[in-house]
Design a protein around this ligand. Structure first.
Ligand SMILES: Cc1cc2nc3c(=O)[nH]c(=O)nc-3n(C[C@H](O)[C@H](O)[C@H](O)COP(=O)(O)O)c2cc1C
Length: 411
């Protein structure tokens, strides 16, 4: 009889916080630091999670529903749970990176977002069968943007996410991790002391005979196999003239022509006036988001600005939220305040770092179970029944940014 090692860690984790702790232990410090991210003093990144904890739920004591449904539709796609993978650019934490994430999302019946700074090509990701939303920053010349859109369309993506909120904020009070220009022998020797203390992480790559890839294959010029390095890509982005609302409308129009009308989503909306302008620009959806608090620090948590935006434009376009979602009850709170679904970032990155594809699936399952138990606790049979009345919202919780400015009080 083969005895199981009783001290072997169960790879399944019970909460996103446990996945994060495993990721922290497993990853070399600079790699973990790149996932933690945040900006400036970290006000926004902390508020994203803290704001969810200010909202309460009101349970029933009997009359709970035996069957509870969380399937919905988003941007023309059926999804089995109201949780979608947000595009993130640092998935070289695992050799399978975005491909593992896409497989997990696809197995669970939801969509995956793929960053244009991803470590895997859009062709490799769509080849998994995952329904993929390709994300683009406003970077490069227009003809280059068109080539990238065409490539994504040819690869079979189901929609485009434009992320245009990045403010190039530099300087974190806790210090930024060092990211090498590329991973070659010299870099490996230099990083060796930090990496050698994490043999399990090293082994994940050792097994596949690969090293972490820090290039951006989706930004490769046509006909070239290799994309620019992360820094090359960042430089192009930094030196591109910021977009105007006409540029957003142009991008949407081009995507409409290239894709034959697949959804175009603008990610990073925090203000009511911007949400209205996005509707005017013809977008199919927005993500109410502060880029996970990695951007303009001091931006309130998206959950604080969601309700005024969703109330105003939720009838015209499909509104989602991202930022700070760590448990099923967070998903339920966002839905109750008007989001059609949520996108997750760090939660699945922790899962990926902790246990690859299964870890990402584990995170999606935790969120599904959390949504289910919240619905049960509140006596609801479906996520579609959620309204603001199901929440306990403290006074002054909501913020309307870019809304009507009240007239000054008479002196
Ligand atoms: C490490 C990291 C990399 C990210 N890269 C991108 C990216 O390439 N494109 C993008 O649109 N958003 C990017 N984001 C933002 C996420 O898509 C999402 O808005 C954010 O992570 C949501 O907050 P959460 O991490 O609290 O869930 C990134 C976020 C993190 C943490």
């Amino acid at each position: 009889m083969k005895l199981e090692n009783p001290w072997k860690q169960n790879p399944w984790f019970e909460s996103v916080a446990v996945a994060q702790e495993r990721a922290r232990k497993r990853l070399p410090q600079p790699v973990y630091g790149a996932l933690v991210a945040g900006s400036e003093r970290g006000q926004s990144v902390s508020d994203n999670e803290a704001a969810f904890a200010e909202l309460g739920l009101a349970p029933v004591v009997a009359g709970q529903q035996a069957e509870r449904d969380q399937a919905t539709t988003l941007w023309g796609q059926e999804i089995s749970q109201p949780v979608v993978i947000s595009p993130t650019g640092v998935q070289a934490v695992h050799p399978d990176g975005e491909v593992a994430v896409a497989r997990a999302a696809s197995n669970r019946g939801t969509l995956t977002g793929l960053s244009n700074f991803a470590s895997k090509s859009v062709e490799d990701v769509t080849a998994t069968g995952a329904r993929t939303m390709f994300q683009m920053y406003w970077t490069g010349e227009r003809d280059v943007m068109l080539q990238r859109m065409q490539r994504a369309q040819d690869a079979g993506v189901v929609g485009l996410i434009a992320t245009t909120d990045w403010s190039f904020s530099i300087g974190r009070d806790w210090g930024s991790p060092e990211i090498p220009e590329k991973v070659d022998l010299r870099t490996m020797v230099r990083f060796a002391p930090k990496v050698a203390t994490k043999p399990r992480w090293l082994w994940t790559f050792g097994r596949t005979g690969t090293i972490p890839d820090l290039t951006a294959p989706n930004l490769a010029p046509p006909g070239e196999a290799t994309g620019p390095t992360f820094f090359g890509a960042y430089y192009e982005w930094m030196t591109t003239q910021p977009p105007s609302w006409d540029d957003i409308a142009w991008m949407r129009e081009q995507w409409q022509q290239i894709s034959g009308g697949k959804p175009f989503v603008l990610k990073g909306v925090c203000r009511l006036d911007d949400a209205l302008r996005a509707v005017d620009a013809g977008v199919s959806g927005i993500s109410v988001s502060n880029h996970g608090g990695n951007n303009l620090d001091g931006t309130p948590a998206p959950i604080r600005v969601l309700a005024p935006i969703a109330e105003r434009v939720g009838g015209d376009i499909e509104v989602v939220l991202d930022g700070g979602v760590r448990r099923g009850s967070d998903v339920v709170k966002a839905l109750a305040l008007g989001a059609r679904a949520v996108l997750i970032g760090r939660a699945y990155l922790w899962g990926l770092a902790a246990n690859g594809e299964e870890g990402v699936g584990n995170v999606l399952d935790i969120l599904r179970m959390g949504v289910d138990s919240a619905l049960r606790g509140m006596g609801l049979a479906s996520i579609h029944e959620l309204t603001p009345e199901h929440l306990i919202v403290p006074d002054g919780f909501h913020r309307t940014l870019g809304g009507p400015v009240p007239a000054p009080a008479p002196r």
